[in-house]
Ligand binder design. Structure first.
Ligand code: ADP
Length: 310
């Protein structure tokens, strides 16, 4: 018999924080490798209107050192951030030996959930999502913070379909200077399909905020095509393909999404050696963003269905 999953455990009906705030737990929103997330209502604050939050419950059976490391980073970094396109961090606390993180609720789930339903996104939607993402990344990089795990599963959508970058469990604050005067990290982390080549190269030179720019290129391809550019069933094949930058675009006649040459060009500008990748400001200055339609707003139905532009 296999061990019971921790995800099967329902959270208490009411969770209390040390300041006396009470959260009534609701349906599960999703689960990740480290946590399970529930919708929750802050009791006694109904008059505030936005009293519904996302309550992240940390996997209690995780190896203590790993858990501590992930949550210390998440708390230290995420709690200090304030940007319209970053999931708002409200507080973290322990209750009956579980750790809880209270976050802004993103009603429309993640872009990864939406891709499963939609298969691909149109060029106007990608422009809107990526301009917002670039704004959040610029904000992080200006503060010497590298997200390091940017992927469609960590880009959430609020009730107005605005991007909210979340999950800062692998984020890093670049603090030490290396021999070249630049600040770099050497730990290998991230999700295989999104890893930048320099993370794989064990040269000891380390890597820096440029890994997030590579991930933006991977996300743009993924949003347009419905799968990552270097996707392969085996991890070794993903790594081989990404080292060789071996990817192709689906043939037009076999694919219903109209992928513009400008999108292909910006992706090819991002999937290059780290020093050649454009900054978030340069990315949004590319003709893909400058010359094409950008919707001022998107309807929630876009999380599940292709919109019709009138
Ligand atoms: P982990 O740290 O384990 O990777 P995640 O942060 O990815 O956990 O959260 C697990 C799942 O919970 C996500 O895939 C998503 O479905 C849901 N989730 C996380 N944060 C929010 C949020 N702020 N609003 C709505 N759903 C969320």
């Amino acid at each position: 018999m296999s061990a019971p999953s921790i995800h099967a455990d329902a959270p208490p009906e009411v969770v209390c924080d040390p300041e006396g705030l009470q959260y009534e737990t609701g349906p599960q929103l999703g689960k990740g490798g480290f946590a399970i997330c529930h919708r929750a209502k802050l009791l006694g604050h109904e008059h505030l209107g936005s009293n519904t939050v996302a309550l992240k419950i940390v996997k209690s059976k995780m190896e203590p050192a790993k858990l501590a490391q992930k949550f210390v980073t998440e708390l230290q970094i995420h709690s200090k951030l304030a940007h319209p396109n970053i999931v708002e961090f409200y507080r973290a606390f322990s209750f009956r030996s579980s750790t809880y993180v209270v976050l802004e609720l993103c009603e429309n789930g993640s872009l990864a959930d939406a891709i499963k339903k939609r298969r691909y996104f149109t060029m106007p939607e990608i422009r809107r999502f990526m301009i917002q993402t670039c704004g959040a990344i610029k904000y992080l990089h200006q503060r010497n913070i590298v997200h390091r795990d940017l992927k469609t599963g960590n880009l959430f959508l609020d009730e107005n379909m605005n991007i909210k970058v979340g999950d800062f469990g692998l984020a890093a604050l670049l603090v030490s200077q290396n021999d070249f005067g630049a600040i770099r990290r050497t730990t290998m982390c991230g999700t295989p399909n999104y890893l930048a080549p320099e993370v794989l190269e064990k040269t000891g030179r380390g890597h820096d905020e440029k890994v997030d720019l590579w991930a933006i290129g991977i996300m743009m391809y993924t949003l347009a095509v419905g799968r990552a550019p270097f996707h392969a069933p085996k991890r070794e094949d993903i790594y081989r393909k990404l080292k060789a930058r071996e990817y192709s675009w689906p043939a037009l006649e076999k694919f219903s999404n109209e992928i513009t040459d400008d999108l292909k060009d910006i992706v090819s500008c991002l999937l290059v050696a780290e020093d050649d990748r454009p900054s978030p400001d340069h990315i949004v200055g590319h003709p893909f963003f400058k010359l094409g339609y950008i919707p001022l707003q998107l309807d929630s139905s876009c999380a599940a269905r292709v919109p019709k532009w009138s």
